[in-house]
Design a protein around this ligand. Structure first.
Ligand code: HEC
Length: 139
């Protein structure tokens, strides 16, 4: 009995260590487009279907992970936290024509109104990609 408990504990400990290892590697490193597309080299070499070459795919993944909770997957202001934060519809023509790319980038890095600043969490090169993604929703 005592032996079995030890074994169970050892197993639990091993599982916990594996888990914390996984968490560490997920949280300590900054996200890069390569994480979304670990085969980046192959894509660059043209061995993948054209759709995978779309640089906006990395921005889409980033937006889904960091922004969609408020903004919704396509920026329409319908994410699960939208009721609390009331983000504008980023795809709306009125907003798109009133803002320069710099305005959008500045809102992303420095925050705006109830939106927190994301500058510290994003690689600088991710910001123009996010702006390009938002522009692609213009209607
Ligand atoms: C916690 C909720 C929340 C998250 C997460 C969030 N936003 Fe926002 N965002 C807002 C709100 C609210 C506004 C409107 C701020 C205002 O105009 O007062 C806003 C505004 C913006 C604007 C400016 C719109 C304008 O009127 O100029 C951009 C661009 C934007 N967000 C992009 C992003 C991107 C990209 C991310 C992810 C990196 C993100 N947001 C994450 C809540 C959020």
């Amino acid at each position: 009995m005592g032996r079995m408990r030890t074994n169970t504990l050892t197993l639990l400990l091993a599982a916990l260590l594996t888990l914390s290892g996984a968490c560490k590697s997920r949280h300590l490193r900054t996200w890069t487009p390569q994480d979304h597309d670990p085969d980046g080299g192959a894509v660059a070499a043209g061995s993948q279907p054209v759709a995978d070459n779309d640089p906006l795919n990395a921005a889409r993944a980033l937006f889904a992970a960091q922004c969609a909770s408020c903004h919704g997957n396509e920026g329409r202001g319908d994410g699960p936290m939208a009721a609390m934060f009331r983000p504008a519809d980023l795809s709306a023509e009125a907003l798109q024509s009133a803002r320069s790319d710099e305005d959008l980038a500045s809102a992303i890095t420095r925050g705006k109104g109830r939106m927190p600043a994301f500058g510290a969490q994003l690689r600088p090169e991710a910001v123009p990609l996010l702006v390009a993604l938002i522009r692609s929703w213009r209607h």
